[in-house]
Design a protein around this ligand. Sequence first.
Ligand code: ATP
Length: 325
Amino acid sequence: MNTTAPARLSFTDVEVEYRSRGRGRVRAVAGVSLEVSPGQIVGLVGESGCGKSTLARVAVGLSAPSAGTVEYAGRPVTPLGWRPRSGAEVGLQMVFQNPYASLNPRRTIGSQLLDGVPAAVAGSARRARVHELLERVAMPTSAAQRYPHQFSGGQRQRLAIARALAPEPRMIIADEPVTALDASSQAQVVNLLVGLVRDLDMGMLFISHDLALVHEIADVTAVMYLGRIVESAPTRELWREPRHPYTRALIDAVPQIGPTPRLPAILAGEVPDPANAPTGCRFRPRCPHAFAPCGEQPPTVDLGGRSVACWLTDSATAPTVARSL
Ligand SMILES: Nc1ncnc2c1ncn2[C@@H]1O[C@H](COP(=O)(O)OP(=O)(O)OP(=O)(O)O)[C@@H](O)[C@H]1O
């Protein structure tokens, strides 16, 4: 592994196309460029079906992009299974929505954690490392002798996080890691995960449909719609001044509490099937501000530290509605 390159995850013009019977060609990811730097939490948000999980799978080599490149620490991430796992994949670990995706129900927790501990850790230090991993996720060391089904959902997810940490990754890809948990476990697991990422100075791509949660934890938020990143910005700026109508709609859909409570607005319509994606701007059929230029795909415009793909931000085409956004 190239140890001099920073442990940065970079997607460049990534496309992923599925061929499925009945639906034909499904372009689930349609040209995504995104970076996650060491020590940074990037939140990726969007409604169901926008292509978030597909992008996560490509990041860890579980799927191959049909175009574009994914690099980690300066090396291409290539699909698993073709050769032994390389440093690129070991440096990146994934936490799934369902902990059973990373925990084998038929093996003890201890043996599964041992599998992940680097070979360089030898002898009795291996078992000590397993105990250390359990302590890191606030589980008793006795958990090592038990099986996944003997734990609650929240505990299982903590054990899946310990499994992800075992190979000492520098970057975590967390795909809806708390969506399947009850509300109190959700908060615990998110706090644990974010605390670990910060303590160990790792990077994290945190995928969620929950913009309010991403607002709490992410340094940068990228908003995905039907296979494309429509807006990306430091989280605070994005929340304070969303530039894309889809981002605005997602923020409006979050219930507001506090001195001036407000009921959430409903985002009109549904995400179209990517097998039948609209031409031009993909958000056009649901956008309250759609106008003639939206028949063409908008370019992604760099606004200095943030980017947006919307004709409303183009000074040549933007009509007065831009000011009302
Ligand atoms: N193996 C597959 N074969 C065909 N189509 C697929 C496959 N996996 C995903 N898709 C389609 O690709 C699109 C994006 O799916 P993906 O799961 O990446 O979205 P998502 O934003 O993560 O949604 P969710 O939050 O519901 O998981 C969807 O239209 C989905 O039906």
